[in-house]
Write a protein that binds this ligand. Structure first.
Ligand code: NAP
Length: 259
């Protein structure tokens, strides 16, 4: 399918690895020029070059912490006007409800709620002026089915989801479509880190922890970054102009709910 977005320009945050990289790769496959970001410059440059080589699109790489004000300014200066925005950042650490104080919540809200809001606030006005734009926020399946150990993530991402529900409907009349993607378990560094936590806590191997978790997913496997990125590219395509303010689960059936 021709996604109809060749030649457009996208900012994909936190994209040297994992789900963000999957989104960058699939947008590049559709002919979209990219601004990619991550904190570590080595992996970022490697990912940017691999995408240039494979897809022949322009890629600007900006090493910065997207959750800090300075980092965001650096990324936004390099990005200029973009047609497509994919927001993403690392998730907050797991823990117990009684572990967290005000500063932990502020850090989680900054990273996973206020950062995507700041990026949308900065970039959507020009999209609205041009009458076309797409925003995809990477959140989590925990928005639909909260994960007890991820209280910080549950809180911040649910806040973002509420904001998007209203905002998406305010910008849709101007040709800007905002949606969220809710990943279940995908085979990325983040998943390996979570499996490592279970392996340590329960005294089992990481492989065993993974096998146990795969058994809880109806698809009986972890998702891939290519599958996730393909859905993101579709939501950023010409064909997605009638999809507004949705929360799209990509979880292999892991969230047992229809509504
Ligand atoms: P990942 O494999 O660990 O990759 C994270 C990427 O984001 C890396 O490129 C990392 O590069 C970059 N990054 C992290 N923090 C950043 C920051 N502050 N500023 C700029 N770049 C940053 O993680 P992932 O699995 O793709 O997860 C992406 C998001 O989806 C996370 O919020 C995660 O909680 C959420 N999620 C993931 C899953 C899953 O199964 N994978 C499930 C549900 C939700 P640097 O470290 O060099 O900055």
């Amino acid at each position: 399918m021709d996604l109809g977005i060749a030649g457009k320009r996208a900012l994909v945050c936190a994209s040297s690895k994992g789900l963000g990289r999957g989104c960058a790769e699939q947008l590049a496959a559709a002919g979209v020029n990219l601004v990619m970001n991550a904190r570590g410059s080595e992996a970022l440059e490697e990912a940017a070059q691999a995408i240039r080589d494979e897809y022949g699109v322009e890629v600007v790489a900006v090493a910065a912490d997207i959750t800090s004000e300075d980092g965001r300014s650096k990324v936004l200066d390099a990005a200029g006007d973009v047609d497509i925005l994919v927001t993403n950042a690392g998730g907050p650490p797991p823990g117990l409800w009684s572990d967290w104080g005000r500063e932990d919540f502020i850090a989680a809200l900054d990273a996973n709620m206020l950062t995507p809001i700041a990026l949308m606030t900065a970039l959507m006005p020009k999209m609205m002026d041009r009458g076309w734009g797409r925003v995809v926020n990477i959140t989590s399946q925990s928005v639909k089915a909260p994960i007890p150990a991820l209280g910080l993530s549950n809180a911040a991402r649910t806040g973002l989801t509420g904001y998007v529900a209203g905002t998406a409907r305010q910008v849709a009349p101007f040709g800007v479509n905002v949606n969220n993607m809710l990943p279940g378990i995908h085979a990325t560094d983040r998943a390996i880190q979570l499996d490592g936590g279970v392996s340590q806590k329960e005294g089992i191997s990481i492989e065993e922890a993974k096998t146990r978790r795969e058994a809880t997913i109806p698809a009986r496997r972890y998702g891939t970054r290519a599958e996730f990125g393909a859905m993101c590219a579709f939501l950023c395509s010409e064909h997605a102009g009638f999809i507004v303010g949705q929360n799209i689960l990509c979880d292999g059936g892991g969230t047992n709910a229809t509504i």
